[in-house]
Design a protein. Structure first.
Length: 149
């Protein structure tokens, strides 16, 4: 027996109230928005499994939290969480980190990033987030990483 239910939401898409003067952490804030509960669109996406979550402990990696390392962690975790494709190309990673892929002088920087990527992936293997990874070549250069959950 199959039953179908339809929910109709009637109300504000952002259930919030505006606060004009408030003291927050001993500082005066003149214009704030106080969310009263999670938004209906977020709840719908969560219920339909359209939002992925990763434990916060996955951010506590052996790499220091420089701005570049934070961007690198964020990029890799987002790609692993969505994992629409099990492949991460280094050229797209370098572009995301705003590292030019064509200059010979940046070869050392590319090697440094690859080393950090392997450190992060090894850490996430130990934590159980992924099961394995493998770097693959295209021609003579290492071009991509294939990740297995």
């Amino acid at each position: 027996m199959i039953t179908k239910t339809t929910d109709i939401y009637k109300g504000y898409l952002i259930p919030a109230e505006r606060i004009e003067v408030i003291e927050l952490n001993r500082q005066k804030v003149t214009d704030c928005i106080h969310l009263l509960r999670t938004t209906p669109l977020y709840e719908y996406a969560r219920d339909k499994n359209q939002i992925s979550t990763i434990e916060i402990s996955m951010l506590d990696t052996p790499l220091s939290n420089t701005s570049e390392n934070i961007e690198l962690k964020e990029y890799l975790l987002r790609r692993i969480a969505s994992l629409m494709s099990d492949t991460i190309r280094y050229d797209s990673l370098f572009a995301y980190l705003r590292i030019d892929n064509n200059k010979e002088a940046l070869r050392q920087k590319h090697q440094e990033i690859r080393k950090k990527v392997m450190q992060l992936l090894d850490f996430w293997i130990k934590k159980g987030l992924i099961s394995s990874y493998e770097e693959q070549k295209e021609g003579k250069s290492i071009a991509k990483i294939v990740i297995s959950l």
